[in-house]
Design a protein around this ligand. Structure first.
Ligand code: IVH
Length: 711
């Protein structure tokens, strides 16, 4: 990396460096994401990206169409075929301490309507730190193997998996006709060391840890290379299956063994929280001696019948949880505290640290969460602090080492004004965060909202990254989302803003290179810029057609991210139904009844629509858009697409469970009866809703009839 300060760069130098950085960062992305073999530290990589961003901020006109700031990570390698998982490969919710595990058990009991003393048998298994794979067997023969990918679609790595001795090519005994066995491909510590020694001897890339080396080995294009690597496989769950050969997780594992798989020998059945926690402690104590990496323990409800009743919340099952081992820690110096203002006005304190390695990763920023946290720690600039990181979570400052405090360190005073717009920053009662009250007048919030709007999971407008948003905002072209689309009607203005910056740029160039060189280059740039404006207009226009889920996510409503937005979109299906729903008197109630959406989230959505300026801004935006409705769930069940209301006491299951099941079958569960209701399930004690049903001539049935109907 060039060491010249960004302020001192001429535009010619900047252009050259951006070109080089784009290439270099793309190469690192590819090594990291595609080859599992990063060749620089995270800190050095971050530094490259930061330098790229700094140069782009100073020279917005030089932002390349292929700039690394427009990409979060490299796209998946194209080299393997794709495999769609018929049963998605889910992730697990995490528990970080004993209390979380207790709460998980309690939550399940509440969901199932069980008393506190009812036993739930749970299997406890080590959480293997490798990469998960799905193996498909038809008539006992291994036909296809795939990586997890994004859970819905993975890569076809059949040829490579065939070379792993732990993976049977033909099953023993009487397996189901169709069986997808899922588990973890991993490398033992011994295998890992031997591989790295060999790689080193041959002058090849060594791997950072066993997980990376297992991932890298499985994703070799040449299966002969995979065959030369000591890989192992533990089977722990299943995907698509023609018939279940057992009715408990523990029995399924025994079946897997009978079919010829290796199952982790540590797995235990536990009956109480105490037993689970004891298992966790004993595994933690054995961790170093196991011979392979694990990063926690997975608990799963043993009974498959109960698993089915418990079902899923968004991407993870209610019936399982991962109890993670504690994070890794390190000591370093708190060099500064910086306040960042987010799109909701939240003032987020970020610790700038002297770079330090924690668990193999260089860390130089950590979160300090909020004002109270800084006060609780009494963190002062210059202090020596302990930071920790766990998995992909943002590192955090956990303690301050008072004995190492410099004499002159002063207590940190949290600002009560927004560092960007100067508005008062206030803490509402009961809130931990201080928020800028600038709202629409705070540039930080406006810009962050717009950046979020064009983000990858929202409108994903190619070429319109943070730098251009800031530039257009500064020039008064952008204030709200609708303005982005209005840009397409003023290409001359957009070009003028760019041209204005050109003046500044060419002046600099003149100083650097002399007039003639400038003329030649300016001409070439003109053509380049014309194209840039054209491409940008095309990219914006392309997004005038947008899915309802993306639109809802892009609104930037507090607590509403990709997952929640999808739940809302699936529930209302079309933008008109959604807007009607928000206008209805029972808007809040209906939101609260969507599976997976809690009270706080429902209120945030409701509050958003209660504000006239939000509704107005959305209406201005909608003039530009063709919002695509969500497809109806493909599952056909006797109740799919029907609106159902539960009332009175249910005897076989809790209200929560009844609702979750109905929704899993494609029904919409509502809290109130209207002419739009299809079925009312009434238990003993049903009152006004039952009357309402009769008034509207809605079909009424008791719990038993309902259970029969849904099978
Ligand atoms: S069960 C629906 N069991 O952890 C449950 N997962 O965060 C599916 N993992 O992607 C997973 N050991 O790669 C399960 N004994 C175990 C596991 C395990 C490791 C990994 C797996 C999964 C991730 C979930």
């Amino acid at each position: 990396m060039s060491s010249k300060p960004v302020e001192k760069l001429t535009s010619a130098e900047a252009e050259k460096e951006l070109d080089r950085l784009a290439q270099e960062i793309a190469a690192h992305d590819s090594r990291y994401y595609r080859e599992d073999a990063p060749s620089i530290s995270d800190a050095d990589y971050d530094a490259l990206r930061r330098r790229n961003a700094q140069i782009e901020t100073r020279f917005p006109l030089l932002v390349r169409p292929d700039s690394p700031s427009h990409r979060v990570g490299a796209r998946p390698a194209e080299k393997f075929g794709k495999v769609v998982h018929r049963v998605p490969m889910l992730s697990l919710d995490n528990a970080f301490d004993d209390a979380d595990v207790g709460e998980w058990l309690a939550r399940m009991r509440r969901f199932l309507g069980m008393k506190e003393d009812v036993e739930i048998i749970v299997t406890a298994e080590p959480k293997i730190d490798g990469l998960s794979a799905s193996l498909r067997y038809e008539n006992g023969v291994f036909v296809q193997g795939a990586t997890r990918g994004d859970g819905a679609e993975g890569e076809d790595i059949t040829a490579n998996l065939r070379t792993i001795a732990d993976i049977p090519l033909r099953l023993k005994g009487k397996p189901p006709k169709l069986l997808e066995v899922r588990g973890e491909v991993y490398m033992t510590h011994k295998g890992f060391e031997a591989l790295n020694k060999r790689q080193e001897k041959e002058g090849k890339q060594t791997y950072a840890n066993p997980r990376n080396s297992a991932a890298g080995s499985v994703r070799q294009l040449d299966p002969a290379i995979t065959a030369g690597r000591a890989l192992n496989f533990f089977a722990y769950t299943w995907g698509e299956i023609s018939e279940l050969p057992a009715d408990a997780q523990s029995e399924m594992l025994q079946k897997f063994e009978a079919y010829g798989f290796i199952v982790n020998p540590q797995v235990r059945r536990c009956k109480t929280l105490t037993q689970l926690l004891k298992f966790y402690e004993s595994i933690a104590a054995k961790r170093a001696k196991l011979g392979y990496d694990i990063d926690g323990v997975v608990y799963k409800v043993d009974s498959l019948r109960l698993q089915e009743r418990l079902g899923f919340v968004s991407r993870s099952p209610r019936w399982a949880i991962a109890h993670k081992f504690p994070a890794e820690q390190a000591e370093t110096v708190l060099a500064d505290i910086e306040i960042q203002v987010g799109r909701t006005g939240k003032l987020a304190p970020v610790a700038r640290l002297k770079p330090v390695t924690v668990g193999g990763v260089v860390v130089q920023n950590a979160t300090l969460h909020n004002e109270d946290q800084i006060a609780r720690l009494d963190a002062r600039i210059g202090d020596t602090v302990v930071i920790q990181r766990a998995g992909d979570v943002i590192p955090q400052v956990v303690t301050v080492l008072l004995e190492k405090r410099p004499r002159n360190a002063r207590p940190y005073k949290f600002p009560d004004r927004c560092p960007i717009c100067g508005s008062h920053a206030v803490r509402e009662e009961g809130e931990v965060d201080r928020r800028c009250t600038g709202g629409l007048v705070c540039d930080a919030q406006t810009v962050e909202r717009l950046k979020y709007f064009v983000g990858r999971d929202q409108f994903d407008i190619e070429g319109l990254g943070g730098t251009l948003i800031e530039l257009f905002h500064n020039k008064g072209l952008l204030k709200e989302p609708a303005d982005i689309f209005a840009l397409t009607e003023k290409p001359q203005k957009v070009a003028a803003v760019l041209a204005e910056h050109r003046v500044a740029l060419s002046e600099e160039r003149r100083a650097a290179e002399g007039k003639d060189a400038v003329k030649a280059k300016t001409k070439k740039k003109d053509e380049g810029e014309g194209k840039q404006v054209e491409n940008l207009m095309a990219a914006i226009t392309a997004r005038r057609t947008i899915g309802l889920d993306r639109l809802i996510n892009a609104l930037g409503i507090r607590h509403v991210g990709e997952t929640t937005a999808r739940l809302i979109a699936r529930h209302y299906r079309s933008i008109d139904a959604f807007l009607d729903g928000m206008k209805a008197a029972d808007a809040l109630e209906e939101l609260q009844h969507i599976e997976g959406i809690g009270g706080v989230v429902a209120e945030a959505i409701h509050d958003f629509f209660a504000e006239k300026h939000n509704r107005d801004a959305l209406n201005r935006l909608l003039k530009w858009l063709d919002v695509q409705a969500m497809a109806a769930p493909s599952k056909t069940s006797p109740v799919s697409g029907k609106t159902v209301v539960f009332t009175g006491t249910l005897e076989k299951m809790t209200r929560q469970e009844a609702k979750a099941r109905a929704e899993a079958l494609g029904a919409k569960v509502s809290g109130s009866v209207s002419a739009k209701t299809d079925i009312v399930v009434a238990g003993p004690g049903a009152g006004s809703k039952l009357k309402e049903a009769q008034k509207h001539n809605v079909q009424v049935m008791d719990e038993e009839a309902w259970l029969k109907l849904i099978g």
